[in-house]
Design a protein around this ligand. Structure first.
Ligand code: HEM
Length: 141
């Protein structure tokens, strides 16, 4: 997975960035909806996993929401654009390597941000509660 990060640009096959984004999106889908199912279980069965603050509904809900929005859906969109734009324009990406680095830093930033959210570092305002650390790595997209 990491072998193209430091490879020469001419050695990186076309479509690699789209593949990186695609696999990342699928991974975040599994994690995000898994957390959603966990949260839904807490709503359905209020006694499900109690007594641990870091898995309380208040901590877990926003981790689910951010994982599916910034991990699953956003990265799936990025994958679609990195595949469709060159295909429709009959060209190739300006830099596959930049796309791969983008996917890598996106994953690192999001993982860090979700960890901080999970630990309770949040403004408490929905959709603007993610700590700056995760947002910092998103602009390269
Ligand atoms: C494509 C996958 C999904 C997306 C994009 C998504 C997105 C969201 C969003 C945006 C919210 C916040 C809603 C709000 O602000 O009112 C939310 C909340 C929630 N989601 Fe998901 N979700 C997904 C999958 C799932 C799955 C599979 C489950 C459970 C099996 C689930 C369970 C929940 C629960 C329990 C909440 C909290 C509801 C509440 O606070 O009342 N989600 N989800």
């Amino acid at each position: 997975m990491f072998k193209y990060l430091f490879a020469r640009s001419e050695d990186i096959p076309e479509g690699s960035a789209a593949v990186y984004f695609g696999f990342s999106a699928i991974t975040w889908f599994v994690i995000g909806t898994g957390l959603g199912a966990f949260n839904a279980s807490k709503l359905a069965f209020p006694d499900f996993v109690t007594g641990l603050e870091f898995v309380s509904f208040g901590h877990m809900r926003q981790v689910h929401v951010h994982a599916v929005i910034f991990g699953w859906i956003s990265m799936a969109f990025a994958m679609a654009m990195m595949y469709m734009t060159p295909a429709l324009g009959n060209t190739k990406l300006w830099s596959e390597k930049l796309g791969i680095w983008n996917a890598f830093l996106w994953n690192v930033g999001l993982s860090l941000g979700l960890t901080l959210l999970w630990s309770g570092m949040t403004s408490g305002r929905e959709y603007s509660d993610s700590p700056g650390s995760s947002i910092c790595t998103l602009p390269p997209s």
